[in-house]
Design a protein around this ligand. Structure first.
Ligand code: COA
Length: 139
């Protein structure tokens, strides 16, 4: 299936952040300080116009580990449960890589949940640290 990927305001990512990334932490705000970082942008995948089925946010940010700069952080990636496994996450990831590359990125990094690590590794990312934290600190 071909997904339409387009840039959207942060607010359009909130419903999927809420649904998939805040299940146990509904007290955390859906808006993140990273959303306000100059240059940050957000992508949405749509099956049909206006039907957002996946989101991801990209933020200019240096990681704690040694990495080529400029570096961008991939955050808040989520695909609706009924569309998971149908390629929307891959389409978002590929578009994210293209768009940060065109903005000059030398590194793209992310902090992953254990359950999604396989997705990122399958898309060419490399695990560089096993620093762990609980969802209490995650935004
Ligand atoms: C992780 C997530 C974004 C992947 O999106 P998706 O649309 O399901 O992924 P795709 O359908 O594009 O899958 C592409 C490939 O990655 C694999 N894959 C998808 N999710 C995976 C996972 N959690 N672990 C390992 N591999 C995974 C698929 O099997 C597929 O492999 P293939 O190309 O060999 O068939 C989605 O499952 C999701 O929203 N999960 C819940 C929220 C979450 O954990 N987000 C990440 C926060 S760090």
């Amino acid at each position: 299936m071909g997904w339409m990927i387009c840039e959207v305001p942060a607010s359009q990512t909130y419903p999927l952040r809420q649904l998939l990334l805040r299940q146990d932490r509904s007290d955390l705000p859906l808006h993140m300080p990273d959303d306000d970082v100059p240059g940050a942008f957000h992508l949405a995948a749509a099956g049909e116009p206006g039907q957002v089925i996946g989101v991801v946010s990209l933020v200019p940010a240096a990681p704690a580990f040694l990495a080529a700069v400029p570096a961008w952080r991939l955050r808040q990636m989520a695909v609706t449960p009924i569309h998971q496994g149908s390629g929307a996450g891959s389409a978002l990831f590929v578009e994210a890589v293209e768009r940060v590359r065109s903005r000059g990125a030398a590194t793209l990094w992310a902090e992953s949940r254990d359950t999604s690590l396989g997705f990122y590794v399958g898309h060419g990312m490399r695990a560089v640290s096993q620093r762990r934290h609980s969802t209490l600190g995650v935004s």
